[in-house]
Design a protein around this ligand. Structure first.
Ligand SMILES: Nc1ncnc2c1ncn2[C@@H]1O[C@H](COP(=O)(O)OP(=O)(O)OP(=O)(O)O)[C@@H](O)[C@H]1O
Ligand SMILES: [Mg+2]
Length: 364
């Protein structure tokens, strides 16, 4: 593997969750973080994630990230860019406000940070995409697209606002005109969401199918997208058709807020028809396909955070995810309770860290 200059080279943490202080120098390849339950493994990944995305993957309330009894947290990273430069990125949270510094200068808009240091997260929860309800699949779509398509976020916010207003009118038994007045805005934003989701899922389907060609030879894989309204109708037609039922029920039944997708192996739904073992393999293919698509969309600077994959995947399947990621020649952080469970053979460049009670040390 060539020596990587991209990714997170160093990280200083202060007062983040249960981590009082940490000064870490990472491998450009694999970084394995071990330690018992509640040691602070996920918190370390959360600090890295926060540096890239300026939010947590565990809470919508950033003040919860500040170590109990403290007034602020600080995370400072040295990030290697594709052009060979290394830039310092710093993020500090006081109750109610973020301060972000890029190359020593304060950033006014969070969007200025976007794309400098993309982080991608994989967790054991990903199994919900296969076995959970539609909201998990919509969430995974939204997360993926928020990061790569700015127009998606705008359209999503416009759609959510129009839907809220339309539903409020339905709930209040308002006259029909006060309900349908939202339809053109709804349809407009929905068309963009639908189009971006459709394109993304088509790409994803191809990427996952390529991964599975090796993992489940002989089986065809396809993602079938369901936009959230009846086949053969435009959304405008579907809204018109369900207007009376919407008024009885008090909410809008058709639209991208009801979208879903199904994963089909040999044309049969993976959830219903396949064994646990095959589903795990499918999950590996899905995670790798998604990773490779994200890598293709956001460039080679991104890092991957793998938290607690052991909760859904056994050693063999985790090993497949790791060796698949090794092909991307990107930086990876992976947590595990038992360090012996993972085979690091595919990663010539790696480092191990051990965490206990928020104290992180490199294992040499
Ligand atoms: N703001 C905070 N201040 C101090 N401690 C916190 C804060 N938020 C969470 N903690 C504690 O930090 C500890 C570490 O949690 P973390 O989820 O990082 O552990 P972990 O090593 O990932 O454990 P597991 O193996 O169970 O997933 C937990 O005991 C948690 O209660
Ligand atoms: Mg954890």
């Amino acid at each position: 593997m060539p020596t990587l200059t991209t990714g997170l080279q160093r990280l200083d943490i202060g007062q983040f969750r249960n981590i009082e202080t940490a000064r870490l120098v990472f491998s450009p390849g694999l970084n394995l973080i071990t330690g018992p339950n509640a040691a602070g493994k996920t918190s370390l990944l959360e600090a890295v994630y926060c540096l890239g995305r300026v939010r947590s993957f565990r809470t919508a309330h950033p003040d919860q990230l500040i170590r109990h009894g403290q007034s602020a947290f600080r995370v400072v990273g040295h990030v290697g860019l594709a052009d060979g430069r290394v830039i310092p990125v710093g993020i500090q949270r006081r109750p109610g406000a973020y301060d972000i510094h890029l190359e020593g200068r304060p950033l006014r808009r969070l969007s200025d940070l976007a794309g400098r240091f993309p982080v991608h997260l994989m967790t054991g929860d990903t199994a919900n995409i296969l076995n959970g309800g539609p909201r998990y699949r919509r969430q995974s779509l939204d997360w993926a697209l928020f990061h790569v398509e700015h127009t998606y976020r705008d359209a999503w916010q416009r759609y959510a606002r129009a839907l809220r207003q339309r539903n409020a009118a339905l709930r209040d038994h308002a006259p029909v005109a006060l309900v349908t007045v939202w339809d053109s805005e709804l349809v407009d934003a929905a068309t963009l969401l639908d189009c971006l989701r459709r394109d993304y899922l088509e790409d994803l389907s191809g990427h996952v199918a390529r991964e599975l060609a090796a993992l489940l030879p002989g089986k065809t894989f396809l993602i079938r997208y369901q936009p959230g309204w009846a086949k053969g109708l435009t959304l405008a037609e579907a809204l018109e058709k369900s207007l009376e039922r919407d008024r009885v029920r008090g909410y809008t039944q058709a639209g991208p807020h009801r979208a879903d997708f199904a994963m089909l192996l040999d044309d049969r739904p993976a959830q219903a028809d396949y064994s646990r073992g095959q589903q795990k393999t499918l999950l590996v293919g899905f995670l790798l396909g998604q990773a490779k698509l994200q890598h293709a969309l956001e460039g080679p600077r991104g890092v991957f955070l793998l938290d607690d994959l052991a909760s859904e995947l056994d050693t063999e399947h985790q090993g497949r995810v790791l060796s698949g990621l090794a092909e991307l020649e990107t930086q990876v952080f992976v947590t595990a309770i038992d360090s012996r469970a993972l085979d690091l053979a595919t990663w010539p460049a790696h480092k191990r860290f051990h965490v206990e009670h928020g104290d992180i040390r490199e294992v040499v």
